[in-house]
Design a protein around this ligand. Structure first.
Ligand SMILES: CC(C)(COP(=O)(O)OP(=O)(O)OC[C@H]1O[C@@H](n2cnc3c(N)ncnc32)[C@H](O)[C@@H]1OP(=O)(O)O)[C@@H](O)C(=O)NCCC(=O)NCCS
Length: 382
């Protein structure tokens, strides 16, 4: 037997609990920390560019570095290659109901092609490409929404990503309190250690492939409902339940059918997700006294029952979906907004992986048929 293969039949399904590497980008012990900074003050500040810079460069920016970084991100958002927009326009005309996640995955892949990104390059190259992607991806999302609505692509507004993207997606200048909580969601979604999409990005990067290929794979991984796709399912399920009295029968149905309830549970956080606690409190405060409050009461009842019956607590997608809904955003952009935010974490991880690379290539235990003789096609019958 090859020396690198496991001798026993033991393995961790879904790699649960497996330590797959080291990272200096974030840690989940105690509370979530980005580069050593606790998530609580970062979330309260809600400054996405500050956090994106921290994740990429390892330190918080000075005021002038912050201004320059924000300027480069906004410039990237304003200069998305026309060839990519044209191709998306053709796709939007043909498939206006296609998922914006597919549009982002395709768009990022095309950006890599027009940028001729076909190798990791130096650390400086990777940082420059990362910054461009962090700016271009929200612009691609806004462009796709315009194109599928049959509108010309509107210009990208000035200012930080949170304000600009919210304005582009809602079609109006958002009030400062909306920008603040939207910025907080971007900060909370920005980075989360070795989750499935980040691990996908690192795996692609570990083969010596380029940054755009790595994040294209990550977008595909994030789309799944067990990962980023959960935030869209959360709002759908709240709509399906409809009223507080329906919570109990609806949950019983899910439990009886052994269906997972989206927005609850987490592979790593078994005693609750700090991000959900932080954003849940902000969400409740934001909607107090507004028509959205009734949805909060319903959500609160689901939360209590999930804890009582299943000992399961909400993850970040649970409050994020309600915040996005309260901000007037359509469900189809919820997971793409997660992409916009996580682009910062993904690119930081690719840079880290490239900086100290070893091919990611685990092994498996064979569980198929016993060895058997090949039968030529002529001897196999009809
Ligand atoms: C996130 C998730 C994939 C983690 O999966 P995991 O680590 O494999 O979960 P576990 O194996 O520790 O789950 C333990 C038990 O709780 C159940 N469970 C976990 N999450 C559940 C949920 N959201 N609803 C109902 N039951 C759930 C599992 O079915 C399992 O039950 P069993 O022991 O009877 O088989 C899972 O919790 C889930 O599917 N959640 C819903 C999707 C979601 O919100 N994703 C976003 C994650 S940030």
């Amino acid at each position: 037997m090859n020396a690198s293969r496991p001798a026993s039949a033991d393995f961790a399904r879904g790699l649960a609990g497996v330590v797959a590497g080291q990272t200096a980008i974030s840690s989940l012990e105690g509370t979530l920390r980005y580069r050593g900074y606790a998530i609580e003050p970062l979330a309260a500040a809600g400054d996405f560019e500050d956090v994106a810079y921290l994740l990429l460069y390892g330190e918080l920016p000075t005021r002038s570095e912050h201004v320059a970084f924000q300027g480069r991100i906004a410039a990237a958002a304003r200069t998305v290659d026309e060839a990519v927009i044209d191709a998306l326009a053709r796709l939007a005309a043909r498939e206006p109901h296609a998922s914006p996640m597919d549009a982002l995955r395709t768009g990022v892949s095309m950006l890599g092609q027009v940028a001729r990104d076909d190798a990791p390059g130096t650390r400086a190259d990777l940082l420059a490409r990362s910054e461009r992607l962090i700016g271009q991806v929200p612009a691609l999302l806004a462009a796709w929404i315009d194109l599928t609505a049959g509108r010309a692509v509107a210009p990208w507004p000035d200012g930080p990503i949170a304000a600009a993207l919210l304005a582009r997606l809602t079609g109006r200048t958002p009030p400062p309190e909306h920008v603040a909580i939207f910025g907080t969601t971007l900060v909370l979604y920005a980075e989360h250690e070795f989750n499935a999409s980040t691990f996908a990005a690192r795996t692609v990067a570990s083969t010596g492939s380029d940054l755009h290929s790595a994040v294209t794979a990550a977008i595909g991984a994030l789309k799944g409902p067990l990962h980023g796709g959960a935030n869209e399912r959360v709002l759908e399920l709240l709509g399906e339940i409809g009223s507080a009295e329906r919570v109990e029968p609806w949950l019983h149905e899910q439990f009886a059918a052994k269906r997972v309830v989206m927005g609850f549970g987490h592979r790593v956080y078994k005693d609750g997700d700090v991000r959900a606690t932080l954003l849940g409190a902000m969400c409740r405060a934001m909607v107090r006294g507004t028509p959205a409050e009734s949805l909060e009461q319903l959500a609160d009842r689901v939360e209590r029952m999930m804890l009582d019956r299943k000992s399961l607590r909400p993850n970040l997608d649970w409050p994020a979906a309600r915040v996005y809904h309260a901000l007037g955003l359509p469900v189809k952009v919820f997971t793409p907004i997660f992409v916009v935010a996580r682009m910062s974490g993904w690119t930081a991880h690719v840079i880290e992986q490239v900086g100290d690379n070893r091919l990611i290539r685990p092994t498996s235990i064979y569980a198929g048929p016993a060895p058997r003789d090949y039968v030529a096609i002529a001897a196999r019958g009809d």
